[in-house]
Every structure is written in C-alpha cells, then in structure tokens.
Design a protein around this ligand. Structure first.
Ligand code: NAP
Ligand code: ZN
Ligand code: ZN
Length: 348
C-alpha cells in the first residue's frame, strides 16, 4: 500500500479536511500518477453533501485529474513514466458488456462502471478521488493529455469537457445550428467553447447579465438573462440544441418553448429533486428532452485531441487544498469563473 496525502469529506455537513489515504500497490496493468491539478466539479459537492443519497465517509472527491505517470506496471503498454495523462469519472468497468465493448463505459450495464470516488473497486475497497497527491489506475482508464495544454487548464476537461463535448456531437452542433447553454459555470463555459469551435451559433442563458463580457469572450454570440421574461419571448422557437448545465431545478417548460421544431434539450445538470414538464411542450413541436452522462473512453480521448487541435482548455482559478471549502461555497453561490482547480502540491 502507498500512503498519500488527500483532502476528504467526513460527513455531509462537516468541512472537508486533510487526511492520509491508502492507494493499492501498482499492479501489472496499473500506472501510478502524480496528480498535479484536480478540478472541483459540482458533482463533487453533490456527493460530499449526500445530495444524491447515502454516502460512505470519509470520501475524497475529485474526478478531473491531470498529472504525470511516475511508475508503470510490468505489463503496461499504453503509458510510460513521464507521460502527461488524465483521469476522469471512471477508473474501471466490466469491459465485457455491450456498452463497454462499444466504448460507452459510462453506461456499463454492471452498475455504470467503477467511479473514481465512492465506488467499490474490484479489490473490494472504496475508490478515492483526485484531491490527493497520487492515484493508481488501470492503464486502460488513463488518457493522454494533449501537448501544449497546461495541466491546470486540462484537468477540468476530464469531466466538464467530455460531459459537454459528447452531447454537442451527438446532437449535431455545427454550422447552421443554434445552441443555447443554460448556466455559465464549469460545464457551461466548456459547452460555449466547444459549440463555438464546432461552428454553431451560441447563446448563453444565465440568471443575470453579470458574466456577459466573459460569455462573449469565451465564444458566445449572444447572452441573455433568464431573470428577464423578455428572453423567453425573444428566443421562442429559435434554438436547435439546448444544453442545460444547471445544478438546481429549472422551469423546463419555459426552456423547451425556446426550441424550434425537432429541437432537443439535453439535461446535464443533476439536482437531487425531480424535474417535471408538460408533454405538450414536447409534442407540439416534435421536440426531445434528453440526458447525457459524461462520455466513454474513446470519445474522451477524441475530446482531448480536439482540445489540443483547437487550443481549448478550461478557465480556471487555482487554489491550494486549504481553499477547497471556500471554493465549494463559491460554486454553490454561482460564483465560479469558471472552474476551481486544486494545486495538489499544497497537500502537505
Ligand atoms: P457549476 O459550475 O456550479 O455551474 C452551474 C451553473 O448553473 C451556475 O454557474 C449558474 O450559472 C447556474 N445555476 C446554479 N444554480 C442555479 C439556479 N438555482 N437556477 C438557475 N441557474 C442556476 O456546476 P457544474 O460543475 O458545471 O455542474 C453542473 C451540474 O451538472 C451539477 O448538477 C453537476 O452535478 C452536473 N454534472 C453532470 C454531469 C453529467 O455527466 N451529466 C457531469 C458533471 C456534472 P449562471 O450563474 O450563469 O446562471
Ligand atoms: Zn464532474
Ligand atoms: Zn460494462
């Protein structure tokens, strides 16, 4: 076992605190990664606070990991010591079900794969995430970071990046398509960047106009406040793809009303409480309401390569580990520009 420094949640209500955890020995197919930066995803907060149900504590959140391989098992062929790599929300899956075989490991029929934290691993131990100095991961679930993209800009791609890239591709974002992104936070700002890079016309739907300059700088063509009822009149029937990144309940019917015929609203936000809608919001215009969960490994590598080609990374605020609790409060207050990343060298 390797003892490493980490930052963990010990209950749904206590602040996160420093802790040491054990990582397994590097097996023949494993790599040991020295984590350089780890992003703070709103899902970390949902999990740490038991928003989605009971949690086994202590838990080390973090599934936006960027770092360097410092040791490779005897059978490892995909990565070598010194490689720049990333790990996202998954560290393993059954590898044999229909979804795993098609590179859609996030939909593994055996429980959706092994999550980077809060899952029971194949050795029976609970997985612990990236707010730590090192992690041991089977080589197949480790991806290659594009050259030229600094680790702190790259780390958030491992969740915020793939989660927005995947549905934009699936629903055909590109020239001639009008994309609207609800919520300009971690996921939302990546959705804007990707939709722009794919050639779509991009609108941001934010609670206010506070972040308008940023939204336009990040690549949006238009910026609207959802607190202004006129937004919903102006944009009625005028959007092809809506990406909802809001971490709370929204008025789905109001947003579905913005979709043109055959348009789709893809829900990425994962609030604990159910969302409801009137079916007439869908059937009157042949609209779809869809969901999407992160992305599989091949598509995650495709997304990273796309970011390398287009020079895309996340806008980040780098924080020391001791700043994690304050960062959580700021994310909950929609005061994030646009991802906090933990400098893991501060985990002493
Ligand atoms: P985030 O950085 O907090 O961004 C969410 C944004 O939603 C906020 O910045 C804010 O944008 C808006 N918002 C927040 N509360 C709101 C409210 N009450 N009403 C209206 N708008 C509100 O969070 P994130 O890390 O991007 O994650 C967003 C959600 O996606 C979370 O629920 C997370 O768990 C989920 N998620 C899902 C997946 C997946 O695979 N489907 C993956 C990762 C995360 P404005 O200030 O611009 O309004
Ligand atoms: Zn995430
Ligand atoms: Zn599977």
């Amino acid at each position: 076992m390797l003892t490493v420094n980490a930052y963990a949640a010990t209950s749904a209500t206590e602040p996160l605190a420093p802790m040491t955890i054990e990582r397994r020995e590097v097996g023949p197919h494993d790599v040991l990664i020295e984590i350089k930066y780890c992003g703070i995803c709103h899902s970390d907060i949902h999990h740490a606070r038991s928003d989605w149900g009971p949690v086994t504590y202590p838990v080390v959140p973090g599934h936006e990991i960027a770092g360097v391989v410092t040791q490779a098992g005897s059978e490892v062929t995909k990565h070598a010591v010194g490689d720049r790599v990333g790990v996202g929300c998954l560290v393993d899956s059954c590898r044999t079900c229909v979804n795993c075989r098609h590179g859609r490991e996030q939909y593994c029929v055996q429980g959706g794969g092994t999550l980077t934290f809060g899952s029971v691993d194949k050795d029976g131990r609970l997985t612990q995430g990236g707010y730590s100095t090192h992690i041991v991961v089977t080589e197949d679930f480790v991806l290659k970071m594009p050259d030229g993209l600094e680790f702190h800009h790259a780390a958030p791609l491992m969740c915020a990046g793939i989660t927005t890239y995947s549905p934009l591709r699936r629903f055909g974002a590109g020239p001639g398509k009008r994309v609207a992104v609800i919520g300009l936070g971690g996921l939302g700002h990546m959705a804007v960047k990707f939709a722009r890079a794919m050639g779509a016309e991009v609108s941001v739907l934010s609670q206010s106009l506070k972040k308008m300059d940023d939204g336009l700088r990040l690549g949006a063509d238009h910026y609207y406040a959802t607190s202004d009822p006129e937004t919903f009149e102006k944009l009625a029937d005028a959007v092809d793809i809506i990406i909802n990144t809001v971490s709370a309940k929204i008025d789905l019917d109001a947003f579905l009303g913005l979709l043109a015929v055959d348009g789709a609203l893809v829900n990425l936000g994962a609030p604990a409480e159910p969302l409801s809608l009137h079916v007439f919001s869908l059937i009157r215009k042949g609209r779809s309401f869809a969901g999407s969960l992160i992305g599989g490994l091949p598509e995650t590598q495709e997304m990273l390569d796309f970011c390398g080609e287009h020079g895309l990374g996340a806008e980040v605020e780098i924080i020391p580990a001791e700043g994690i609790n304050e960062a959580y409060d700021r994310v909950l207050a929609s005061d994030v520009r646009y991802r906090f990343v933990v400098n893991t060298s501060t985990l002493t």
